[in-house]
Design a protein around this ligand. Sequence first.
Ligand code: GCW
Length: 613
Amino acid sequence: MNTAPLCHPAWLSAEALPAPASTPAANAQAEADAFFRGAQRRPSLTLDASLGEGYRIDPTPDGWSVTGGEAGLLYGVHALIRALRSKSDIPGGLQKPRYPLRMLNCWDNMDGTIERGYAGRSLWFEGGEFSYDPERIRRLGRMLASVGINVLCVNNVNVHAAARELIGSRLPELAAFADLLRPFAVRLMVSIDFSMPMQEGLPTADPLNPAVAAWWAERVKTVYEAIPDFAGFLVKADSEHRPGPNTYGRTHAEGANMLARALAPCSGVLVWRAFVYNCMQDWRDASIDRPCAAYNVYQPLDGQFDPNVILQVKYGPYDFQPEEPVSPLFFAMPRTRVALEVQLAQEYTGQQIDIFAMPPVWRPMIDDIGAERLAAVAAVSNLGRDANWTGHPFAQLNLYAFGRFAWSPDAEPERVIREWARLTYALPARQEDALVRLLMESHAVYRRYTSPLGLCWMVSPNHHYGPSPYGYEFMAWGTYNRANRYAVGIDRTAGGTGYVTQYPEALRRRYERPETCPEELLLFFHRLPYGWRMRDGRTLIQRIYDDHFLGAEETEAMRRTLEELDFPAEDRQVILERMDRQVEDAREWRDVVNTFFFRFSGEPDADGRKIYP
Ligand code: GCW
């Protein structure tokens, strides 16, 4: 049994825990009863099933009337409470989520570990089976519902043997878990292993083999008999050694459609990840460029996917690096339903030790893509069994903000951060301003002291924490900076690897010349000598040094700010302890990266600061 301590209530009011209820609408009433107990102005709730996930809140003489569909009522009550608690405007008019699927992908393994998890062990798996405290799962459901997240994929996309049983012998356990989350309007999804029919006796998993298709159709039927509102499957195929249709000479469209046709009669969706590249690359072969891979595989398949297939694309062409341009695949698939995948788990962004608030990163990303190009959104979860859910209490912000952006992709980063800060800490105004500023800047600080100007992958290959400028260089992963005595970076222009030609005209023009390329992405797109003149006249090498000195200093300033703020005692301790580690981390990055480039370039720092530690 997973006996986690009951926990910090995140951004929700701990004083107003609702009584357990059996449906989202009943939950909405319970939530309202708990929060408005004894209050003069109260909401009255009206169910209008036709509104689905939508709701409207109107003022009445003695409070508010909240009208919504089954899930909409719950979202409406949370919106009302959120507005009152954060002293912001109550949303007017009909409110509806922009995307029907707002998915959390949990990389939880059935042994209780979480791949790239930084907040302790799984909240629901342990020892090869489901094992959880139902009360904590209800609190999880409440948290997710409060920001409108409506799909939870329970297991890792790297499906290990035991997890295959989730849609086999463990289906009753999966169904019981679904029952717990249903009152919060959260539906389950499962990651499946493409070769599963073979583990159960079929000689092949070829998607065009009728026996394989029949096997999946039968299996899907069983799943829906147990869980009628099951959301569908998530698949990582032909990626990092996972099985997939390529083994049988079939395309990803053929593979995805076979599964989608099994799910279609039950209204399920098939989410197919586009994270496909050659992870066995010969580093000496400079003609292969990993960021080109996904476009090359999928662009020719546009228009071939069934309507209930969603292609889930990581925001950048590499892999959740702290600074990447947006993936060109978003523009290349107009006849395919595409989902954006972001990673709340801070694998490459400080592992929930260093602070990295994501909303300011998402805003330009969504603007570049165009919210209307997306059919759904997904995030890799940052949750775990730690008492505060996310290891670093500030990492909760990223989950909160994901829900808010998934509901309304034109959300303003600063507004969302302020809302979360106020709901979570209720600090005096000046302290709140300081916290909001610190969070708004945190991604830029992190980017300054880690890999320079969009280079990516200077992280330690072991755990992806801490610097290692050459750590990935002579490896098979396709992740190189090619730094030498004269220059650094990869030429991805038309004359180089050609990556930039995968973009539509406007973005291509933005990136293709170093003179116009955003400087934060300069070394992603271009190979440049250390003496290259930046727009402010500094040399490239000097800019690298300056950023690293500045980034490390900024972490010290962050520490001083945090010390001044009145956090609750248990949070304060965690926040300051982790901030100390971040300060150390930033110094190490500064010294390692600066030394690396000093050795190659031989250029001293113009301000005479010490580089060689
Ligand atoms: O970045 C890589 C991670 C893997 C992960 C993979 C993916 C689940 O290091 O741990 O595997 O991405 O997104 O599939």
